[in-house]
Design a protein around this ligand. Structure first.
Ligand SMILES: [Fe+2]
Length: 458
């Protein structure tokens, strides 16, 4: 029996295969481009390693593309065929892949958490649970999943600083910004190429409206992302988010064209970055030219995917903004219904459908319907997963629609909530001024606008 670099038993044919497995896991934790190369080398060294087949299935699932669902199931079948030779831990991983392939995200996550109780150094289980907690909208679980294993980790264990980065992100998403910043910065100091930990700190600056700190932070570290996969686009999107709040729309569009939409991929995260940025720009009156068209084109062929409500909400936005209402209605019509056993079907029922309908209603200029759909679920939108920063798109949509129906009292209430959480956001103060002007509170409106101007000049 061999063991991986954290000392966990690993069923393998030879030491070469184990070395390739370790390199593949490391690459995956670092969100590096060469993860697939290491997997290929691993199969070359040992075509019958159960964890190689299982992890390959995981990787197919991570893409969230229907065409790769069948491949994930093929890998599940081949892993199962090898399970007789596998350890209990490896068989539990195959069980998690099975649950995931059936669309049961909660059962898959539970399997990883069960593995972690017995094997807290199983960093694959840890990272995958981090991913699914994120897309289940379970910030507390995402934080605690990492906290539970921390006593077993120290600097001598390979991957320690990645784990610190996950901890930082969980803390950030649950609002402990001071701890998140401290731990995230420490993780990056010790592991400068860790784009996830860098990104955890970037989220702190986003949530606190520290746009200039964020610009400095990401510009100081972007030189470390050459080996990273498309997650680097998301990090560049964060940089653009700071410039957006600084009302530097030309810089945002330049980053869009050269850093995060320079390759027009159909990856869901890449498209979500682009779609949410274009919507935010347009809402602030910036001219985004013809950039919607390619996003709508790519969304149009994905209307029946329905892998995550988070993704659908972005695709339907591109379709509706580009006036492709037939395709947008098609996306709504083919959503999973309540009899579908998949975890995500319940999310569609509770929030995915009203959210997507609200997005379409807004683009049809039916702002009242948009508000009526969105206001009752505004505290539940977290169920679609993603980060607070990403989901803020939909909170802005609600604020915008409420202003358009001239319900200024409600708009002011929403903006007061937002300002209490983030008094440094220039957008919050500008929209607050709009609401106050609507209420006839001229002096207060002027003070709000002045606060935004002051923040921009600091
Ligand atoms: Fe992010």
């Amino acid at each position: 029996m061999f063991s991986d670099e954290r000392g966990l038993d690993l069923t393998a044919a030879n030491a070469d295969a184990v070395a390739h497995y370790d390199a593949m896991v490391s690459s995956y934790l670092g969100l590096c481009l060469d993860t697939g190369d290491h997997l290929k080398a691993l199969f070359g060294a040992d075509s019958k390693m159960p964890m190689a087949h299982c992890v390959n299935g995981y990787f197919f699932k991570l893409f969230s593309v229907p065409a790769l669902e069948a491949k994930a199931k093929d890998r599940l079948a081949s892993a199962r065929a090898l399970a007789d030779n596998a350890t209990a831990r490896e068989r539990a991983h195959i069980g998690a892949l099975d649950a995931w392939c059936q669309g049961d995200l909660i059962a898959a996550t539970n399997r990883w958490e069960e593995i972690l109780l017995e094997y807290p150094l199983d960093v694959m289980a840890l990272r995958l649970a981090h991913f699914t907690h994120f897309y289940l909208g379970n910030s507390d679980q995402m934080r605690d999943s990492i906290a539970r294993v921390l006593p077993y980790w120290d600097e001598t264990i390979p991957g320690h600083w990645f784990v610190q980065g996950y901890h930082a992100f969980g803390l950030e998403e649950t609002g402990d910004y001071a701890a998140a910043e401290k731990i995230g910065r420490q993780a990056v100091e010790n592991n400068p190429e860790d784009i996830w930990a860098t990104h955890a700190v970037a989220h702190v600056y986003e949530m606190q409206g520290r746009s200039r700190d964020g610009v400095a932070w990401l510009n100081a570290h972007s030189g470390n992302w050459d080996a990273c996969n498309n997650f680097a686009y998301h990090a560049w999107w964060h940089l653009a988010m700071y410039h957006l709040d600084l009302a530097e729309f030309d810089v945002v569009l330049d980053l869009y064209d050269t850093r995060f939409r320079n390759r027009e991929t159909d990856d869901y995260l890449d498209m979500s970055n682009a779609i949410s940025m274009l919507w935010r720009l347009r809402e602030q009156g910036a001219d985004v030219g013809d950039r919607w068209a390619e996003l709508a084109e790519k969304s149009q062929v994905r209307v029946d995917d329905h892998l995550l409500a988070f993704i659908d909400a972005h695709f339907v936005m591109a379709l509706a903004v580009d006036r492709r209402f037939d395709a947008a209605e098609g996306l709504l019509a083919s959503m999973p219904d309540k009899d579908d056993p998949a975890t995500e079907a319940a999310v569609y029922g509770a929030v995915g459908r009203p959210l997507c309908e609200a997005i379409v209603a807004y683009e049809r200029a039916d702002y009242r319907r948009c508000v009526d759909l969105l206001a009752p679920i505004r505290y539940d939108i977290r169920q679609i997963g993603g980060s607070h920063a990403q989901r803020d798109l939909f909170q802005r949509l609600l604020v915008s629609a409420v202003l358009k129906v001239e319900d200024y009292r409600f708009a002011r209430a929403l903006l007061s909530e937002r300002i209490a959480l983030n008094p440094n956001s220039t957008w919050n103060w500008k929209r607050s001024a709009d609401a106050l002007e609507g209420l006839g509170a001229v002096d207060e409106a002027a003070r709000s606008r002045q606060t935004a101007t002051t923040l921009l000049s600091i």
